[in-house]
Design a protein around this ligand. Structure first.
Ligand code: ACM
Ligand code: ZN
Length: 754
C-alpha cells in the first residue's frame, strides 16, 4: 500500500532529505505528490504500450536511453496507456517502486509525460539514478507557450534554430514565432519574388553597434552580411518542430519594418519616395519612415502572393502579420494613399492601416487561417478577427483593447519578456538596449491582474518570450540572451497560477544547468552576479549588495582588509574605499567579482533633491560611483523631454572652487547632451545666485556615438551650502538623426564638488 502525501509534509514525515521539497521538474507540474520509496532507473526500459509500435518508438526517443517494446507482462518497467478522459496536453505519471505508468489522451500528452520522466531519471548531477515514488497529474496553464526568434536582424542559421527547438521542446514550450522579415533582412525564399532574397537578405557591413549603423547610400556597396532559409529549409524546420510538438508561426511584417522588401522592390513604397533604400544595417534613421504604400493595389497583391507561399510551407493555424511601429508621415504625403483614404471613407491614417491589415487578414481568413498582429494594429480598430500580441506599456495596450473589442491576445510585454534586455547587473553583460529584466523578473511574470474579468482572462491565450537580435552576431549570442530566461518563461507559462516558488525553481534550475551543458547551450550565469546600490545618507554612503540567487552568500573585502567579510547589511562608507565582492556557495565562488571604487569629494554622500527627475535616481549624482556607458545601469539620473534641475545640500557652508558634472549623449537611443548648464549657489536653499553657465556646442549636443563628457566649472572661488544645477533640454531630435522628432533624455552622473 502506498501513502500519497503533499510534497513538503511527506518529506518531513518520511525522513526524505529536505531537498525533496525542491521543485523536481521544469516546468513545475500542476500536481506532484511524492510517496514512500524509490524507483530504480533501469539500464534498459521494458516498455508496454497501447500505442502503435511506430508511435511508441517515436515517443521513446525523448528518453535518449535504451528501451525495448515488449508485450504486456509483469516485467515491464514503463507502461504507456491511453486515457481519453485526459485533456489534450495533459498526462498522468505514476511512479512506484515497481514501474512507471504514463497515461495521456494524445501524442502531445505522452510527449510531455516522457519529458518529465526524462528529467526525473536523467537530469542533474545526483549520481544515483533513483526517482522518488510519486504521482504527477499535469497539464499546462496556457495554450500558447511561445518563443519568438528574430531571424531578420541576425540570420540565425538553420542548425541553430533546430537546436533551439530541441531545447524549447524539452521545456514543454509549444509555439515558435519566427520573425522572418524586417528592415534588416528578408529571410524566407519566395519563388514569385526572387529579389526578396537576392537583395533583401543581404546588408552592408558596419562596425558600429546596432542603432547607429549608417545606411548604405547606393546599390553599389557590397552587402556581405545576411542569409535566408530556402523553402526546403523552412519545411525541415516545421517538420522538426512538429515532431517535438512545436507549432511554427511565421511572421511577415507589414506595412512597416519592410525596408528589406522595399530594397528588393522599390516600387512597393509610396511614389513620393524617390531615394535609394537599402537593407538597413541599424535602425535606419529617418528612412525607417519609408513603409509599404497603402494606396498601391500591387502592394496588397504582393502580400497575398507572399502569403500563398508562406501558407504552403507553414501548416500552422496562425500567420503573424506584424503591423507594429508604422510611421504614417509618408502616407500623408502620398497621393495614392490619400486617394485610398478618401475612396474607402477612412477617418485618418490609423484607419488606413486598419484597412491595410483588414485587407490582408481577409485574404488570410479566406484560406482558413487566423491572423496575429502586434498591439499597434488595434489603433485603427480593424474589423477582421485577429489575435493581438501585447508588447507596449507592459502589455496594457492589448489588455485594454481586449476589454473593448473582445479580441484574444498573447502577452509578451517588452519590459519583462523581451529577452534582448540586460539579464543581470550591467557591468558584466554584453552591450544591449533598455533596462534589466532578470531571470527572476521573467520567472515572476504574472499576466493576469486582480481586476480582470473571467471573460478577459479567458481571452488571454498565453505568454511568449521574444528575442530581438539587434546585438547578436553568433548563435552563442542568441543562446546567451535566451538561457536561462527561457527556462523561467517556460515555467511561468506552464505552472498553475499562484504556485510560484523562487527557491524551489532555482534548485531545479541548478539541477537543469548540466542538461543545458549537455545540449551545448551557451547559457548566462548572470543570476550569480551582484547588483549594488550606493545611496547618500547625508553623512556618507550606504552601500547594499544584492543577488537574485537565493542560496548565495555574498562576501567582500574593503581595501586595508585581507579577510573576507560576510555581507549581512548595508556597508557605511565615509571616505575613498575599494570594495571587492563576490557570491559563494559551499566556499566556491559563483559570480563575477564586483569591484567598486568609491571616490569621495565634498558632495559625495550628501543629499540630492530633484522635483522633476524621471527615473528617481537623482541620489546617484553624489553616490561616489561614476555611470558606465549604459544609461540604464542605475548610475545615471535621467530627465525626459524637459529641463533638468537638482540641488545638492552640502550640509554646511563650504568653500567651493571647482565643480564637474558628468553627462552622456547617444541620439540613437534618444539621449542628448544639454544645450546649456547653469550652476547656482545658496546658503538657505531658497535664494540662489547664478555663478556660471556652460553652453554646449551644437555638434556635441547631438552625438550619434555613445559619448560621455565631463562639464567643468572652474575657479568658482565661492562659498555656500546648497548647489543647484539647471540644465536645458535641447528639444526634439533633429532631422538627419535616427529617431528624429523624438523627445530627448538628459542624463547626469556624477556631480563632483571640490
Ligand atoms: C515591437 O517590438 N516593435 C513589436
Ligand atoms: Zn502611398
Amino acid at each position: 500500500m502506498k501513502y500519497i502525501f503533499p510534497l513538503i509534509l511527506s518529506a518531513l514525515l518520511s525522513g526524505i532529505p529536505m531537498n525533496a521539497k525542491n521543485q523536481q521538474v521544469i516546468p513545475q507540474p500542476a500536481s506532484y505528490s511524492i510517496s514512500e520509496g524509490y524507483f530504480k532507473v533501469p539500464a534498459k526500459w521494458d516498455v508496454y504500450s497501447d500505442l502503435s509500435l511506430q508511435d511508441t518508438d517515436n515517443l521513446l526517443s525523448v528518453l535518449k536511453h535504451p528501451y525495448e517494446i515488449s508485450p504486456k507482462d509483469k516485467t515491464c518497467n514503463l507502461i504507456i496507456e491511453k486515457d481519453t478522459n485526459l485533456a489534450e496536453e495533459a498526462y498522468d505519471l505514476n511512479i512506484s517502486e515497481m514501474c512507471v505508468r504514463l497515461s495521456a489522451a494524445t501524442e502531445k500528452g505522452f510527449f510531455y509525460g516522457l519529458q518529465t520522466l526524462y528529467q526525473l531519471a536523467y537530469v542533474g548531477n545526483q549520481g544515483k539514478r533513483e526517482i522518488m515514488c510519486c504521482e504527477i497529474s499535469d497539464q499546462p496553464r496556457f495554450e500558447h507557450r511561445g518563443m519568438m526568434l528574430d531571424v531578420a536582424r541576425y540570420f540565425i542559421p538553420k542548425e541553430e534554430v533546430l537546436k533551439l527547438i530541441d531545447a524549447a521542446s524539452a521545456l514543454k514550450l509549444n509555439r515558435l514565432h519566427l520573425h522572418l522579415t524586417d528592415d534588416n533582412g528578408w529571410r524566407i525564399e519566395i519563388k514569385k519574388y526572387p529579389k526578396l532574397t537576392e537583395t533583401g537578405a543581404w546588408r552592408v557591413e558596419r562596425p558600429e553597434i546596432f542603432p547607429g549603423r549608417k545606411n548604405p547610400e547606393s546599390a553599389e556597396e557590397p552587402t556581405p552580411i545576411g542569409g535566408f532559409y530556402t523553402q526546403e529549409d523552412l519545411k525541415e524546420i516545421v517538420e522538426y518542430a512538429s515532431s517535438r510538438h512545436i507549432e511554427v508561426i511565421p511572421e511577415i511584417e507589414m506595412p512597416a519594418h519592410a525596408a528589406a522588401a522595399i530594397a528588393s522592390y522599390p516600387e512597393l513604397a509610396c511614389p513620393v519616395v524617390d531615394k535609394f533604400v537599402g537593407v538597413f544595417p541599424g535602425i535606419g534613421g529617418s528612412d525607417a519612415a519609408i513603409i509599404m504604400c497603402a494606396g498601391n493595389d500591387n502592394v496588397y497583391k504582393f502580400y497575398q502572393d507572399v502569403l500563398d507561399e508562406v501558407m504552403e510551407i507553414f501548416p500552422s493555424q496562425y500567420i503573424h502579420l506584424g503591423g507594429d511601429e508604422a510611421n504614417k508621415a509618408i502616407w500623408e504625403q502620398c497621393e495614392l494613399c490619400k486617394a485610398k483614404l478618401e475612396k474607402e471613407n477612412l477617418k485618418d491614417y490609423e484607419e488606413l492601416q486598419a484597412y491595410f491589415m483588414d485587407t490582408i487578414n481577409h485574404y488570410v481568413r479566406s484560406k482558413g487561417k487566423t491572423a496575429m498582429g502586434w498591439d499597434e494594429v488595434t489603433y485603427g480598430d480593424p474589423k477582421e478577427e485577429m489575435i493581438i500580441l501585447g508588447w507596449q506599456g507592459d502589455g496594457k495596450i492589448a489588455v485594454n483593447d481586449s476589454r473593448k473589442s473582445n479580441r484574444k491576445f498573447i502577452m509578451t510585454p517588452a519590459k519583462t519578456l523581451y529577452l534582448i534586455r540586460y539579464q543581470g547587473p550591467q557591468w558584466f553583460e554584453p552591450f544591449t538596449y533598455f533596462g534589466n529584466n532578470t531571470l527572476k523578473d521573467v520567472y515572476d511574470y504574472e499576466p493576469v491582474e486582480k481586476d480582470w474579468t473571467p471573460e478577459l482572462t479567458e481571452r488571454l491565450l498565453g505568454i511568449q518570450g521574444s528575442l530581438w537580435t539587434e546585438f547578436c552576431s553568433t548563435p552563442e549570442d542568441v543562446e546567451y540572451l535566451l538561457f536561462p530566461r527561457l527556462v523561467a518563461l517556460a515555467d511561468a507559462a506552464w505552472r498553475p497560477q499562484g504556485s510560484e516558488d523562487w527557491d524551489g525553481f532555482i534548485s531545479a534550475l541548478d539541477n537543469y544547468f548540466p542538461e543545458l551543458d549537455n545540449q551545448d547551450i551557451n547559457f548566462a550565469r548572470s543570476l550569480y552576479n551582484i547588483q549594488h546600490k550606493s545611496v547618500p545618507t547625508g553623512e556618507g554612503l550606504s552601500v547594499s549588495l544584492d543577488c537574485i540567487y537565493p542560496f548565495a552568500e555574498i562576501k567582500y573585502v574593503t581595501d586595508g582588509t585581507i579577510d573576507t567579510t560576510k555581507y549581512a547589511s548595508p556597508i557605511f562608507l565615509n571616505g575613498h574605499t575599494r570594495i571587492i565582492a563576490n557570491t559563494y556557495k559551499d566556499k566556491e565562488s559563483l559570480g563575477m567579482p564586483l569591484i567598486l571604487d568609491f571616490e569621495f569629494n565634498q558632495a559625495t554622500g550628501k543629499n540630492v533633491s530633484s522635483e522633476n527627475c524621471n527615473n528617481n535616481l537623482a541620489s546617484v549624482l553624489t553616490n561616489g560611483l561614476r555611470g558606465s556607458d549604459r544609461i540604464s545601469d542605475f548610475e545615471w539620473a535621467g530627465w525626459h523631454g524637459k529641463d533638468a534641475e537638482f540641488i545638492v545640500d552640502l550640509g554646511e557652508k563650504k568653500k567651493i572652487n571647482n565643480a564637474t558634472l558628468g553627462t552622456i549623449g547617444f541620439t540613437d537611443i534618444c539621449v542628448a547632451m544639454p544645450e546649456s548648464v547653469e550652476l547656482l549657489i545658496s546658503n538657505d536653499g531658497i535664494n540662489f545666485t547664478s555663478l556660471a553657465q556652460i553652453e554646449m556646442p551644437e555638434e556635441l549636443i547631438w552625438t550619434k556615438e555613445n559619448q560621455k563628457k565631463d562639464l567643468d566649472f572652474k575657479n568658482l572661488n565661492t562659498e555656500g551650502r546648497f548647489v543647484k544645477i539647471k540644465a536645458k533640454n535641447p528639444g526634439k531630435i533633429p532631422e538627419g538623426f535616427a529617431r528624429d522628432g523624438n523627445n530627448t533624455w538628459l542624463y547626469f552622473d556624477e556631480f563632483i564638488i571640490d
